[in-house]
Write a protein that binds this ligand. Sequence first.
Ligand SMILES: Cc1cc2nc3c(=O)[nH]c(=O)nc-3n(C[C@H](O)[C@H](O)[C@H](O)COP(=O)(O)OP(=O)(O)OC[C@H]3O[C@@H](n4cnc5c(N)ncnc54)[C@H](O)[C@@H]3O)c2cc1C
Length: 199
Amino acid sequence: MTESGDSDVIVVGGGPAGLSAGLFASKNGLETTVFDADGTWMHKAHLFNYLGVGSVGGSEFMATARQQVDDFGVDRRQGEEVTGIESTGDGFVVETADGSYDARYVVLATGANRDLAESLGCDFDGDVVDVGVDMETSVENAYATGAMVRPEEWQAAISVGDGAAAALNILSKERGEHFHDFDTPGDAEAVFGDLVDDE
Ligand SMILES: Cc1cc2nc3c(=O)[nH]c(=O)nc-3n(C[C@H](O)[C@H](O)[C@H](O)COP(=O)(O)OP(=O)(O)OC[C@H]3O[C@@H](n4cnc5c(N)ncnc54)[C@H](O)[C@@H]3O)c2cc1C
């Protein structure tokens, strides 16, 4: 069956960068779809260098991250590979083997694979996709994150930061002012009640 659908944000790639972008966007009210072919390098990694996380296997880290984005409402299409993206002027059409999807923003989080950025017409700086600190490419409302924007410095913590920066920039555009995703102990208590221990 051919599927179709509209999202505010489509994220291509569900590694640390893509899931981080999806989390921030969906948690703050944007309809967000993440397509992921499940080739993340995290399946080969063990993390000792992710601040705040002592020691965790890469696949275990991904399982927690996937549950976290699911809990915050991301439409996560695991195993659905994106085959093409086109700009329509006021948004994007994303093609997969299963269907065609519209979105106003796209976040590219395909690791070191830069093919979609190239076909979308994003400017490059040498071999890497050219972005600023907000991760927006030369194509308006298209963002690039993680290994595709760096020659070599590929660490999970950096990719997670890139995804967050992209989504926060999208949220700031949507709201017309700088958006801060700040939660407090009171928010956690409202959600988890007695389970919260904020020592
Ligand atoms: C052996 C090894 C050990 C490592 N150890 C560490 C470590 O100790 N600490 C650390 O911080 N980092 C480590 N890393 C690096 C870490 O894995 C990366 O920094 C991290 O995975 C990058 O995240 P990302 O989201 O940018 O890209 P990725 O994790 O590569 O995720 C990209 C995702 O996009 C998907 N994708 C690609 N194209 C498409 C498409 N067209 N449609 C749909 N989905 C698509 C891929 O299948 C993949 O799931 C290690 C890597 C390796 C290889």
